[in-house]
Design a protein around this ligand. Structure first.
Ligand code: ATP
Length: 534
């Protein structure tokens, strides 16, 4: 199921322009930039920090604090935890990450490029009825790209294979007509076939190494000795900190199944090919809920969370055709997902994935896999089972997990908000939802004299008790509006000559640039009505 289908023909925004604005206005910087950066790590500047914080706060407020109605007519119960990044390494043996959290990696001996073998798609050729080789279709990269896009659209390939077309070999045999098979990932080919693949940008055939499994967890050592006994990992997901605390939470609070535990925090993955700005980073933040239910109610809760989470992203302004919900096919299900259980991705069409989509959040029915694993590995066995007083039954609850990325979410908000507009001095404005906008209001005396700054400063001091605001008495008013447009500030209040006489100010609306007059006493209420207590 894919809904809603989107207008894949809309011209994508320029990622280069978005990245440039992020740097210029202090949304996102390269980590350690003065030393040339470090691949896969990003810092947030002042505006980006506010934006990401607003996103995380909205998530926490809406999921943990505010009342949500569940699928059985009772309010949804969720509590929070804040677990450590480094945990006992047995956690990661139990969860399957030590043995299974691997990506297949290949290197090109000729170009020295490195790829994820499962992201490198290959086209098989038939020549005179015999398999002649493996490469892309068409006479060159452009035709190959079209063929790949057509194939991707036909099969609804979900992920951000924006670099896919580049990552596919050019024609090997000069064949322009070929039987079109489905594109297949490199790591699914046998050794003979792999040796016949022409790698991206390579001149020779067969320059790709055999895929090697690479564990994505960052290792570290706890204590003074760097021995195997002291080895530990930086967590690759926040979820296990929740599972490991399941019993503690049940015993220390009044929550009863069905209930959820939420956590926001850092996760670390030594990604083979970090790319696409913050989309695939090596350090990032997750916003996860593990929601524990009676196994018989898992389907209803799964559907509830899938729909609730999709609607939540829509409510923050990702409302158009750039957002889609995609239910996984049976062959995509993760190791923990029971057959017949659902997994879906909430996907956003990033400029670098367009016309395809990239994952923003996964919603998965994880069955009772994790709790069982921890019960087994910790030696607690059946003692870790939950006792359901109402049902008079002891069982391992099933888990529905909405797992979103705070950085991917922030990136989607930045991409969605970025709106070129030639009619403005700034040529662009950031159309953030007012709730998420880093700065809620600008307060500007038209000129820095004649009683205007006094009214402006008073208003600013009043507003900043509740809202992040900027006061700027200098520069031309056009420049000040332009700065606010680039920051995505939804409202600017300007104090002019008339304000001194009748205590009114103009409100400038960011998206329409329309202006209206309201009393200076009404400004706080005006903002509260539009932004709320967010
Ligand atoms: P992908 O297939 O893109 O690697 P995933 O399916 O491995 O993602 P999950 O393990 O389901 O991702 O993690 C949940 C969420 O965490 C993702 O939806 C995404 O928002 C975020 N996330 C995962 N890996 C990264 C990363 N390397 N950089 C930024 N965010 C990430």
């Amino acid at each position: 199921m894919t809904q809603p289908t989107s207008d894949a023909t809309a011209a994508p925004k320029s990622m280069d322009d978005i990245v440039a604005l992020c740097r210029r206005r202090g949304f996102v910087f390269q980590s350690s930039e003065i030393y040339g950066g470090i691949n896969g790590f990003w810092d947030y500047g002042p505006l980006g920090t506010e934006l990401k914080r607003n996103l995380k706060n909205a998530w926490w407020t809406d999921m943990v604090h505010r009342e949500l109605m569940g699928p059985f007519g009772a309010p949804v119960d969720i509590v929070g935890v804040d677990s450590t990044i480094i945990m006992n390494p047995k956690v990661w043996e139990a969860s399957g990450h030590v043995s299974g959290f691997n990506d297949p990696m290949v290197d090109c001996r000729e170009t020295k490029a490195r790829y994820r073998a499962d992201h490198l798609f290959v086209q098989r050729f038939e020549l005179d009825g015999t398999t002649a080789g493996f490469a892309t279709v068409g006479a060159g990269v452009d035709e190959a790209r079209k063929a790949i896009d057509a194939d991707r659209a036909r099969r609804k390939v979900p992920h951000g294979y924006g670099g896919l077309a580049n990552a596919i070999a050019k024609v090997r045999f000069g064949v322009t007509e070929a039987a079109l098979d489905d594109l297949v990932p490199f790591d699914t080919l046998d050794a003979t076939a792999r040796a016949a693949v022409l790698a991206p940008e390579a001149k020779e055939v067969g320059t790709l190494t055999e895929p090697r499994m690479f564990n994505l967890m960052f290792e570290t050592f706890v204590g003074a000795l760097r021995s195997d006994d002291a080895k530990a990992y930086l967590r690759p997901e926040t979820a296990q900190g929740i599972f490991a605390n399941f019993e503690n939470v049940v015993n220390s609070t009044r929550v009863r199944v069905p209930f959820g535990i939420a956590q926001i925090g850092k996760a670390f993955r030594n990604e083979v090919t970090p790319r696409n700005f913050t989309f695939r980073s090596r350090e990032f933040e997750q916003m996860e809920i593990e929601f524990f239910v009676h196994p018989s109610q898992a389907p209803e809760w799964y559907a509830f969370w899938r729909d609730t989470r999709f609607a939540w992203w829509q409510s923050l302004g990702l409302a158009g055709g750039n957002l889609q919900l995609r239910e996984h096919d049976a062959d995509e299900l993760a190791h923990y997902a029971k057959e017949g259980a659902g997994t879906s991705d909430i996907e956003y069409r990033f400029p670098f994935t367009a016309p395809g989509f990239g994952e923003l959040e996964g919603v998965a029915h994880r069955s009772d896999y994790d709790l069982r694993q921890h019960a087994e590995h910790s030696g607690k066995r059946d003692k870790m089972k939950y006792f359901d007083q109402e049902r008079n039954e002891r069982y391992f609850p099933h888990v529905i997990e909405p797992s979103g990325g705070a950085d991917r979410g922030t990136l989607a908000l930045l991409c969605e908000a970025y709106t070129p507009d030639e009619s403005r001095a700034s040529k662009v404005y950031m159309a953030f939802h007012p709730r998420l906008a880093p700065v809620k209001a600008g307060v500007f005396p038209l000129v820095n004299k004649d009683g205007m700054p006094e009214i402006g400063e008073r208003l600013y001091r009043q507003l900043r008790k509740r809202f992040v605001c900027e006061y700027d008495p200098k520069q031309s008013i056009g420049k000040r509006y332009a700065r606010m447009d680039e920051a995505g500030t939804p409202y600017c209040f300007t104090i002019d000559g008339q304000s001194v006489e009748d205590q009114s100010v103009t409100v400038r609306h960011r998206d329409t640039q329309a202006q209206e007059r309201i009393g200076v006493d009404h400004v706080e209420r005006f903002l509260t009505e539009r932004i709320g207590g967010a």
